[in-house]
Design a protein around this ligand. Sequence first.
Ligand SMILES: Cc1cc2nc3c(=O)[nH]c(=O)nc-3n(C[C@H](O)[C@H](O)[C@H](O)COP(=O)(O)OP(=O)(O)OC[C@H]3O[C@@H](n4cnc5c(N)ncnc54)[C@H](O)[C@@H]3O)c2cc1C
Length: 322
Amino acid sequence: MAAIFVYITHKNGTADDSAFELAAAAKALDAAAAPCAIVLGGTADVGQVAGQVAPYFSEVITIANDALQYPNAEVYRKALATILPAKSLLLLTHNSFSMDLAPGLSVKLDAAFASDVVGFEGIEGDTLKLVRQEHGGAVSSRSACGLANGAIISVRAGAFKPAEAGSQGAVVDKSTEVSDFSSKRSFVEVIAAEVGDIDITKSEILVAVGRGIEEEDNLAMVHELAAAMGADVACSRPVVDAKWLEKSRQVGTSGQTVSPKVYLALGISGSFQHMGGIKGSPFIVAVNKNKTAPIFQSADIGVVADILDFIPVLTEKINAGK
Ligand SMILES: Cc1cc2nc3c(=O)[nH]c(=O)nc-3n(C[C@H](O)[C@H](O)[C@H](O)COP(=O)(O)OP(=O)(O)OC[C@H]3O[C@@H](n4cnc5c(N)ncnc54)[C@H](O)[C@@H]3O)c2cc1C
């Protein structure tokens, strides 16, 4: 089995939670493996991030250079191609940056590429069997990925439970091994995310509403339910696209990542982009009129009902019980 490496996503000196999920994914791939993390970034951040992930990996390779301070797939690709041994297996989180980075890296290394993987089903000879999802999570599909020349595999955030910390891995600085940081792209600016009136990342109870709410006027009943529950209101992307709620309330891969204790999803189908914004293991209650909606696969309690009927009744019962 080839050596397994994990590319660590980090921001402002903090490793993304997906780093610990990828440590578990590497073990799921090969329980006997001693996976190695790779941290690329600016000189100010890399050491701190390496320290955070070291207890989860046998070794952490760092490359620090100011040319790596902002994600530039062109430069990152060159650095990774320089340090990765031939026929390595590299796991990285499936996100917009890895979609830019990984396909070109696989071409550079002449390695296989599999994207948005949610599970592994073992290795037979030189072939890795893996699971992906189609049609917004409604269908799971099995694929195969050749490992003979190594492989680059992007893994969906949340697909693996985070690994437990183990013994501290050694941190190995390979900054001097990379010399080519040239790029046709240049950094322009960081545009900070819009700050809304409420920070749903801190909420303990979220009432999240999706396209199933049908009309903007129906949001009033969602706010009433949230008030009765002592919850904050969040939403899926179509609700933001319709300008019914502000972007800061959007949960998902292009919105906020939330970790409430309870997540009540009303009229939300459960696309992976939405579910990718829910971290940890909140108690998920899903209400949907379609009993085959993908969200029921993740829900602790599923209610098949029309939310326009269900919401006022639930609000009334909660208020009556106070
Ligand atoms: C690059 C990219 C990034 C994205 N990022 C995000 C993101 O961050 N967050 C996000 O949410 N999405 C994101 N999306 C969009 C995502 O793919 C889905 O389209 C979106 O999550 C669907 O939202 P929804 O579940 O509200 O709507 P739908 O998928 O349309 O589902 C509506 C659900 O409501 C149910 N329903 C309808 N009427 C009722 C009723 N009266 N009572 C009960 N149930 C009812 C339906 O059965 C259905 O399951 C992204 C997409 C892309 C391509």
